[in-house]
Design a protein around this ligand. Structure first.
Ligand code: PEP
Length: 252
């Protein structure tokens, strides 16, 4: 198996307008010296995908959308299609973020459609999964992860998994300042890799990148990235600060 290339993705959520988003992207680009062993992604809001893509032209940083519809076009008010985001410069799409699941009631079925739409149109799809605090405390973490994984990846062919990244994001750690310990994160990542091996086969599991998300900071990135099954990070709050995100992408 070839070594999995690290991936650090910054999710800007519903922050930044044109001017501050472009400035942030430029500042992150300055902090990114270009590496052979890692990839960097920024996920700005839909409204500035084009501008941020232009700003990042010539830099190794790639652009992602924070969500995507499964259809190319049609009567889907408020949605954005894979073709549209690609046209705006995106090469990847986050799907199934816990904020989409919890605030906007996106179901596993809908997330599965989004993921397949992203893959079908040539985007790299980042499937987010993760347990709530209540589920963890009740001892249901593994069951929840397996369920979200199986439903999210339903009917996706093994060959399509080269275009899929999994993000393990414990809901209790997102935006709370409460990071999973490196042991908790590694345990969940190893479990997810095991499930991938059962759904597909060992080679697919070994090749699939699994990111950790949940209060990743300059102070914890190095120990997280030192875990054998942690292949990168999905970063929210700290991605809005170029200095912090710069340190995160320069993890050691
Ligand atoms: C996220 O938005 O996916 C996230 C992990 O946020 P934060 O880093 O702020 O916890």
């Amino acid at each position: 198996m070839g070594k999995r290339k690290a991936l650090i993705a910054g999710n800007w959520k519903m922050h930044t307008t044109v001017v501050d988003g472009c400035r942030l992207a430029m500042d992150v680009a300055k902090a990114c010296t270009g590496y052979a062993d890692r990839e960097i992604l920024l996920a700005p809001p839909f409204t500035i995908l084009s501008e941020v893509s232009h700003v990042l032209e010539g830099s190794p940083i790639m652009v992602a959308t924070q969500n995507v519809c499964w259809e190319e076009k049609g009567a889907f008010t408020g949605e954005i299609s894979p073709v549209m985001v690609k046209d705006a410069g995106a090469v990847a799409a986050i799907v199934g973020h816990s904020e989409r699941r919890q605030i906007f009631f996106e179901t596993d079925e809908m997330i599965n459609s989004r993921l397949k739409g992203a893959v079908k149109f040539g985007l790299l799809a980042i499937l987010c999964i993760g347990e709530t605090l209540d589920e963890r405390e009740k001892g249901h973490t593994f069951q929840v992860l397996e369920d979200q994984l199986r439903k999210g990846l339903k009917t996706l062919a093994p060959g399509d998994m080269t275009r899929v990244v999994i993000a393990y994001e414990p809901v209790w750690a997102i935006g709370t300042g409460k990071t999973a310990s490196k042991e908790q994160a590694q345990e969940a990542h190893a479990f997810i890799r095991g499930v991938l091996g059962r759904i597909y086969e060992k080679t697919v599991a070994e090749q699939t990148r699994i990111l950790y998300g949940g209060s990743v900071k300059p102070t914890n990135i190095d120990e997280l990235m030192a875990q054998p099954d942690i292949d990168g990070a999905l970063v929210g709050g700290a991605a809005l600060d170029a200095e912090s995100f710069g340190r995160i992408i320069n993890f050691r």
